[in-house]
Structure formats: structure tokens, C-alpha cells
Design a protein around this ligand. Structure first.
Ligand code: MG
Length: 371
């Protein structure tokens, strides 16, 4: 089997509002083969940038577009193709958007292989540790504490056993930060787990102070309180926080994840399969975290393609339990795939169909395609 074409499809809602939560545009990647099998992947990046990285013509032996690195090759040779993309873009890559763009192609390769052999991707990754995960509803904080409390009440009533609030108003003031977390806990009641995503808003001293102040609300973890480059800050925070510290979603590099664990001493390692270069690299990071006895969690804030790939990823690790489940109402998040991944009794199930187990709704693709 040979790859014949890589199609990078830029989808974008007509207007991206100020709340821009990441679900309002995306890059879907289709990898076509001469066997008639097409794989689907997704890259979480600045979509126009990632598309250009995939489509770019050769400008230098080590400055190639990613499609150019894989067309004509066997989609089963995934590690070799990852290497070709990494080395073929090394002049301008190794980090950030190039690795994010690579994720879209790599995930599509696993989809092809799964469809070709008739197996779900988690089995190809050597997994099956769990088939169901506690889906935590993931949403931004409200603009006011009252709005946060109402959202919490609504999500708890929908049956979620865990809810994460993030970004938005966090960091405005000590009183406001505490009021929002208190409102979230009040809305959820004592029995639903609460996660807090600070969204990179504090310096180290403030983060240490907030971790202690938030303890009374019994959060499961405090996420991204610090800038991803602030490794020394993470180390100080982890040493003093009574609450688990989570991080990783800004990170694309395997070694950087190791530093976050070994120097930053984070407790919860968050891996986005559509940002770190795909499933094989996610698995490496996931096993690095397992060997360090940390909890590994997916980061997912895109479409059903990201959800499916993330489910196969977490199913292939022993140290997973939760699943980030974005509940934003964007049409791309809610309608791009025919599968809707329902949460039943607070849990989400891993797809069992061959490949990723997703089918795009092509009418939705055409409606929002801008490139
Ligand atoms: Mg986050």
C-alpha cells in the first residue's frame, strides 16, 4: 500500500468570538492511499499555519512540507514516516506548529492501518487497559461567579461525575479567583469532582498561595497555574501545593515532558495527541509518566476526531482514569463526526470499530471548509 495524497482541510466557523476556546476552527487531515483506504487525523494548532506546513513544497532538503515527506511511502511504516517528517522539517521544525501538524498525518496513518487490518487503534498501540473512562466535562469559567455556579449545576444535573472549569476570569484578583472556585464547588455539590484550570495566569508565589486557598474546595487537580517555561516555578509549587498539579498541554516535545516531570515535579501529565506529533509519541510520553508513577490524562478541546484518537491513546496506558470531554457547543466540536461519544453514567467508551472508529459528516466539512 502507498500513500497517494495528503489533504489538509482547514475548517472555521464564520465568526470566531472573543471567547475563542479552540473549538471554533481546526485542521482535519485526510491521508489517501492506492488501496482505496483513507485515514483521518486532526492537528490542534494555528490551523492556517499547520496547513501551510503540510502543503509546503520542498525548499531545502531539510525544509520540506510534511506531505512531501510521506507521499509514495507505505502507511504501515509509521515510525519511519514520523522520522522522515521530523528530519525533513528539521531546518524550521522540531517544536510547535510543525510537530502539531505532524500529529494530523500520523493519526491518519493509524486510522489507515486499523482499517486495513480490521482492528481498533488501541489494540495496535498494545492497549486495552481500560475500555471506559470517567469523562470530566471541560468548559471555561463563566464571566461571573453566578454564571460559573449555574454551569456547574447544569453539568452535574446532566450526570457528569467530574467537571473542569478553566481560563476566562482566573487571575483577575484574589477575591475573584476564590469566588469562582467557590461557586463551582457550590454548583457541583460535594460529590462531583472539580478540576481547576488556571490558564497560565499567575506567577509562582501567587500560584502557591492559590493552591493553598483552593484546598478547602477539594479540587482533584490545579492545572497550568504557571507558564510552561517556568520549570523552576513548577518545582517550587509542587513542593508546597496541597493539591495535585497538572500541566503539559502547551508542550510538543518528548524531552520537555520529561523535564516537566523530573524538574517541574508535576503530578498529572496532560498529553494532546493532536499536538505532540500523534499517537506513537503520545504513547512514549504516556509510558514515561507511568514509569514515574504519575497520572496521565488526555488533553482534548477539538472535534470528534481528537476525541476518538485520545480514547485509543488513554486505553493504551496503565496510568489513566479520567477523560477530558469538551462540552463547548461549537458546531465543529458537536457535529463534525457522525459519532457523538455519549457519556453514560459519567463514563465514555473507547471505540471498537476498525481504525479510529470515526466517520466525518462531509456536509459539515463542506459547510465550514475555508481552505
Ligand atoms: Mg487546560
Amino acid at each position: 500500500m502507498k500513500i497517494t495524497q495528503v489533504e489538509a482541510i482547514f475548517l472555521r466557523l464564520p465568526a470566531i468570538n472573543e471567547r475563542a476556546d479552540g473549538t471554533q476552527e481546526t485542521l482535519i487531515v485526510k491521508v489517501h492511499t492506492d488501496a482505496g483506504i483513507t485515514g483521518v487525523g486532526e492537528a490542534d494548532s494555528s490551523s492556517a499555519v499547520a496547513k501551510a506546513i503540510i502543503d509546503a513544497p520542498v525548499s531545502h532538503k531539510i525544509a520540506r512540507g510534511l506531505a512531501d515527506c510521506v507521499v509514495g511511502h507505505d502507511p504501515f511504516e509509521i515510525d519511519r514516516l514520523i522520522h522522515r517528517m521530523y528530519e525533513g522539517s528539521i531546518y524550521y521544525g522540531r517544536q510547535g506548529a510543525v510537530i502539531q501538524a505532524m500529529s494530523g498525518i500520523e493519526i491518519a496513518l493509524w486510522d489507515i492501518v486499523g482499517k486495513a487490518v480490521g482492528r481498533p487503534v488501541y489494540q495496535l498501540l498494545g492497549g486495552g487497559f481500560r475500555k471506559k473512562f470517567r469523562a470530566y466535562a471541560s468548559i471555561l469559567f463563566g464571566d461571573t461567579p453566578a454564571e460559573t455556579e449555574n454551569t456547574a449545576r447544569r453539568l452535574a444535573a446532566q450526570g457528569f461525575r467530574a467537571v473542569k472549569f478553566g481560563w476566562g476570569p482566573m487571575g483577575q484578583s484574589e477575591a475573584s479567583d476564590i469566588a469562582h472556585v467557590r461557586a463551582a464547588r457550590q454548583g457541583l455539590g460535594p460529590d462531583v469532582e472539580l478540576m481547576i484550570d488556571a490558564g497560565l495566569c499567575w506567577d509562582t508565589a501567587t500560584a502557591i498561595r492559590r493552591a493553598k486557598q483552593f484546598e478547602q474546595f477539594n479540587p482533584t487537580w490545579l492545572e497550568e497555574p504557571l507558564h510552561p517555561d517556568n520549570l523552576a516555578g513548577y518545582a517550587r509549587l509542587a513542593a508546597q501545593s496541597p493539591v495535585r498539579i497538572a500541566a503539559g498541554e502547551e508542550v510538543c516535545d518528548v524531552k520537555e515532558f520529561q523535564q516537566l516531570m523530573d524538574v517541574g515535579a508535576i503530578d498529572v501529565v496532560q498529553v494532546d495527541v493532536t499536538r505532540v506529533g500523534g499517537l506513537a509519541r503520545s504513547k512514549r510520553i504516556g509510558w514515561d509518566s507511568a514509569e514515574r508513577h504519575r497520572l496521565c490524562v488526555n488533553h482534548s478541546y477539538k472535534t470528534g476526531v481528537n476525541i476518538a484518537a485520545s480514547l485509543h491513546f488513554v486505553a493504551a496506558l496503565p496510568n489513566t482514569h479520567y477523560f477530558e470531554y469538551c462540552v463547548e457547543q461549537s458546531a465543529l466540536r458537536q457535529t463534525l463526526t457522525k459519532q457523538r461519544f455519549p457519556v453514560v453514567d459519567g463514563e465514555i467508551a473507547v471505540p471498537e470499530e476498525p481504525g479510529l472508529g470515526v466517520t466525518l459528516d462531509e456536509a459539515v466539512v463542506e459547510k465550514y471548509r475555508v481552505g
